[in-house]
Design a protein around this ligand. Structure first.
Ligand SMILES: Cc1cc2nc3c(=O)[nH]c(=O)nc-3n(C[C@H](O)[C@H](O)[C@H](O)COP(=O)(O)OP(=O)(O)OC[C@H]3O[C@@H](n4cnc5c(N)ncnc54)[C@H](O)[C@@H]3O)c2cc1C
Ligand code: FES
Length: 239
């Protein structure tokens, strides 16, 4: 997809329940670790599951270069589905935060019954790659943001500040915490109850057992209560 984002489409063997965004899986990579990965897409007919990987350490680097015939272990879908109602959606994505947003595009029936605009940002044009073409192909409009050569020069938040938030029934932010905090800050008070944040913490068990994924300042566990939350529910972390 780009210099830092790799789409991996796996054939599922065995039973896998229909996932809803922003659910994730624990992916067991033989010889490496079990790591959390957002579900970027799922085709029940062909039994294929998409993930989008950004290599940052040993397991994700291995995945980014994985052989076509390799086997992976999957358990899931994990987490709580959170799909807002409405007809018009603004979806904000930074880096690998695009993975759950891709799943939202299909679940929200963007380009069919509903209108969705994606603002996708990365540091460079190379990191954007052809992700914009992919987003368009699954039904959403897209504005790309990077340092040079994209639709907009700057950050996702710069574009968000210029958007008329009243035009949208719901806004979803999926990216680094600093980005979502800025999104929260620039959301009018009357719209906060329609803002949803896809969060990331360290997930180990994925089952609500180890406590490693607690959302700071709350008693919420990302792996069972999230990974998306209404902004109002996690206001303490957003401020
Ligand atoms: C619910 C959820 C969904 C995710 N979805 C995706 C996805 O769709 N695509 C994707 O590329 N990545 C996703 N991630 C992040 C991914 O799980 C980590 O990048 C991966 O575990 C890193 O493993 P590694 O062995 O390659 O690197 P490691 O050696 O484990 O980590 C490399 C560095 O990154 C830090 N790090 C690892 N995981 C995280 C994290 N979750 N948050 C902050 N810092 C971290 C480590 O502390 C270390 O400094 C998701 C994480 C969560 C919790
Ligand atoms: S990862 Fe263990 S409780 Fe959430």
């Amino acid at each position: 997809m780009s210099s830092t984002l790799h789409l991996i489409r796996s054939k599922i063997k065995g039973f896998f329940p229909q996932p809803r965004p922003p659910q994730f899986i624990m992916l067991w990579v033989p010889g490496y670790e079990a790591i959390p990965m957002s579900i970027a897409g799922y085709d029940d007919g062909n039994k294929t599951l998409d993930i989008i990987v950004k290599p940052i350490g040993p397991t994700t680097r291995y995945l980014a270069a994985i052989r076509k015939d390799a086997y992976l272990g999957i358990y899931g879908p994990l987490g709580k589905p959170l799909v807002p109602s409405g007809k018009r959606f603004l979806l904000l994505a930074g880096g690998s935060g695009i993975a759950p947003i891709a799943h939202y595009i299909t679940a929200l029936r963007c380009g069919e019954e509903n209108y969705c605009k994606v603002v996708f940002g990365a540091w460079t044009k190379e990191e954007i790659g052809n992700v914009d073409e992919y987003i368009k192909s699954i039904g959403a409009e897209v504005t790309t943001v990077c340092d040079e050569g994209c639709d907009y020069r700057g950050t996702v938040v710069d574009v968000y500040r210029g958007e008329d938030k009243e035009e949208y029934d719901a806004i979803i932010s999926s990216g680094p915490l600093a980005m979502s905090r800025e999104v929260y800050k620039h959301t009018p008070k009357g719209k906060i109850d329609r803002l949803y944040i896809v969060f990331e913490t360290h997930v180990k068990c994925g089952l609500g057992l180890c406590g490693s994924c607690v959302i700071p300042g709350t008693s919420l566990l990302l792996c069972v209560d999230g990974p998306a939350f209404p902004a109002k529910q996690i206001e303490k972390v957003m401020k």
